[in-house]
Design a binder for this molecule. Structure first.
Ligand code: ZN
Length: 248
């Protein structure tokens, strides 16, 4: 690190759990952020400010006026721009050290494989079950840690699956594929700060995983009710019959 980087990251370097070594680990990490919306915005902003080395932003949508109430990566003058391009403007202004890669299309199924394989950490900031299951499948296949978030109305959820560990449960152990209706978050209300809170927890988890700090959220689902502002968490057991991770 040069002098400017030592200053930029000085408040991290002062942390015993991080130090220069941990900060160097962040710089050599590659985070894949699926979705540059309500969750992906705070997640990407903190990953970039904290000095993640490479950040790949995946989103097929363009910035829309209805996004701006919560998607703080984007601005009024960037309405109409592809979200990854808009995100790159914000993230590069915040920290030019971070290498940003843009994938400006919706990525599903096998197309996720090369993206997940190249990343060291995956953040699922998407808004639908089909994408969540596809991302989980690719993370199980390539043994990449997955930090999965969701936010709708006043409710938030976040879970970490450290799939580098063969004993870890996966997202499908918790929510079996084809179980329940898609939430259609795109047409439901969402209280703006809930996406900020959950996306920020996702960034914290991803940064700890990247820095080699033990995460207490591994194999737990953390649930937020932002109306009463109460958190609770449940353990996620591995499902030996899971159609995705059993046998992996
Ligand atoms: Zn599973």
């Amino acid at each position: 690190m040069n002098d400017e980087q030592l200053l930029r990251y000085s408040r991290h370097i002062l942390l015993n759990e991080l130090g220069i070594e941990g900060q160097e680990r962040l710089r050599s990490a590659h985070a894949l952020v699926i979705g540059a919306g309500g969750l992906g915005s705070p997640a990407a902003l903190y990953l970039a400010s904290a000095g993640i080395g490479v950040l790949t932003l995946v989103d097929g949508d363009r910035v829309d006026l209805t996004n701006l109430q919560r998607q703080v990566l984007h601005t009024t003058d960037r309405i109409g721009m592809p979200k990854p391009a808009s995100g790159q403007v914000a993230l590069t202004a915040l920290n030019p050290d971070v290498h940003i890669e843009r994938v400006e299309r919706r990525v599903e199924g096998a197309a996720l494989d090369p993206l997940v394989a190249r990343a060291s950490i995956v953040l699922d900031c998407s808004d639908n079950f089909a994408t969540r299951h596809a991302v989980n499948r690719a993370c199980v296949t390539h043994r990449r840690p997955l930090v999965s978030g969701a936010a709708v109305r006043f409710d938030g959820q976040v879970a970490t699956f450290d799939l580098r560990n063969p004993e870890s449960p996966c997202y499908a152990c918790l929510f079996p594929p084809g179980d329940g209706e898609d939430e259609l978050c795109s047409v439901m209300g969402v209280f703006a700060p809930v996406t900020g809170i959950i996306g920020t927890v996702q960034a914290a988890e991803a940064l700890k995983l990247a820095a080699g700090i033990t995460t207490g959220l591994s194999s737990r689902l953390l649930i937020l009710d932002a109306l009463t502002m109460q958190w609770h968490s449940v353990r996620v057991p591995r499902d030996p019959q899971c159609p995705v991770c059993a046998g992996h």
